[in-house]
Write a protein that binds this ligand. Structure first.
Ligand SMILES: C[S@@+](CC[C@H](N)C(=O)[O-])C[C@H]1O[C@@H](n2cnc3c(N)ncnc32)[C@H](O)[C@@H]1O
Length: 242
C-alpha cells in the first residue's frame, strides 16, 4: 500500500526531509534539513563549546546529555553526535528523544546521506529498528555502544516529558511542528516541563519566534536570545535556563 502520510522532499542543501500530510507541514525548512539541525539547534545550543570544555577538563568524565524533543528523522541528534566526535571521538553522549510517531523514525533508513554523516546514520538506522516495550507497555527505541546511549520514548511528549529527571540535560533541542499546527507542544505547561529537565545554564533551541514561544520560555524562568536567522527575518527563540 502506498504511504500517503509522508511525502519525500529534497531540501536545498541536498538533505532529505518529508512533508507530513496530516499536519500539512514539512519536517524541516526548505533551506536544508541538515543545515537547520546544524545552525538552529547544534551550534545554537553551543554543543561544540560543551565538548571543548570537557576536553579542557579531563576530570569531567560525564557524558554530554541531550534532550531531543520531537526526534523525527533524528537530524538534530545526528548532527550533534557528528560535531562532538569531530572534536573528541571518545566523548560519551547520552540522548533521550521524545517522539509520538514511530513511522517517521523508520524513514531514517531511506535518507540519502553525505559521507560525513555516514557513521551517525548507521547508528540512527540501527536505533530505528530496535523497538522495545517497557513493563508499563510503553514503546521505546534504544541503541547503546561504547560512546553512545540513545533512547527514544514513543509517546505523546506531554506524557513522556513527565518521566524525565530534573536538572539533567546539558542541552535541549525543542523542535515540534509550528505553534499553528501543533499548539499542544507550545503551551506554558509543556514548556515548563521541558525546561525543568534541563540543567541551569543549559540552552534550549527552537526555530520559532512566535509570541507563544517567547512567553512560554520567559515564564519558565529562561533568559531569551535570538537564534540564527538563516533565511528568515527573525531568528527563533533561543532560551537559557536560569
Ligand atoms: C518538526 S518535526 C521534528 C523534526 C526532527 N527534529 C528531525 O530532525 O527530523 C516535529 C515532530 O513532532 C512529532 N510530534 C507531533 N506531535 C507530537 C506529540 N504530541 N508528541 C511527540 N511528538 C510529536 C512529529 O511526529 C514530528 O516528528
Amino acid at each position: 500500500m502506498q504511504d500517503t502520510k509522508y511525502i519525500l522532499e529534497k531540501t536545498e542543501d541536498g538533505s532529505i526531509s518529508f512533508i507530513n500530510t496530516e499536519f500539512n507541514e514539512s519536517y524541516h525548512s526548505i533551506i536544508g534539513a541538515y543545515k537547520e539541525a546544524l545552525h538552529k539547534h547544534v551550534l545554537a545550543c553551543k554543543i561544540e563549546e560543551l565538548t571543548l570544555n570537557r576536553v579542557k577538563d579531563p576530570s569531567n568524565r560525564e557524558p554530554i546529555k541531550i534532550l531531543d524533543v520531537c526526534f523525527g528523522l533524528g537530524y538534530n541528534s545526528g548532527v550533534a553526535m557528528e560535531k562532538i566526535w569531530e572534536i573528541n571521538p571518545d566523548q560519551e553522549i547520552e540522548i533521550i528523544g521524545l517522539e509520538s510517531d514511530l513511522g517517521i523514525i523508520q524513514k531514517i533508513s531511506e535518507l540519502e546521506i553525505s559521507e560525513n554523516y555516514e557513521n551517525v546514520h548507521k547508528i540512527l538506522t540501527s536505533l530505528s529498528k530496535d523497538v522495545h516495550k517497557s513493563e508499563q507497555d510503553q514503546e521505546f527505541l534504544e541503541f547503546k555502544d561504547k560512546n553512545i546511549n540513545i533512547k527514544v520514548l514513543i509517546d505523546d511528549a506531554r506524557n513522556s516529558v513527565k518521566s524525565l529527571a530534573k536538572n539533567y540535560f546539558d542541552a535541549v533541542f525543542f523542535d515540534p511542528f509550528s505553534p499553528k499546527s501543533c499548539p499542544v507542544l507550545w503551551t506554558e505547561e509543556f514548556i515548563k516541563d521541558v525546561v525543568s529537565s534541563a540543567k541551569a545554564g543549559a540552552y534550549i533551541s527552537t526555530y520559532s519566534s512566535s509570541r507563544l514561544a517567547k512567553d512560554g520560555f520567559k515564564n519558565a524562568a529562561c533568559e531569551l536570545f535570538e537564534g540564527p536567522k538563516l533565511n528568515r527575518r527573525n531568528g527563533g527563540v533561543l532560551a537559557r535556563k536560569n
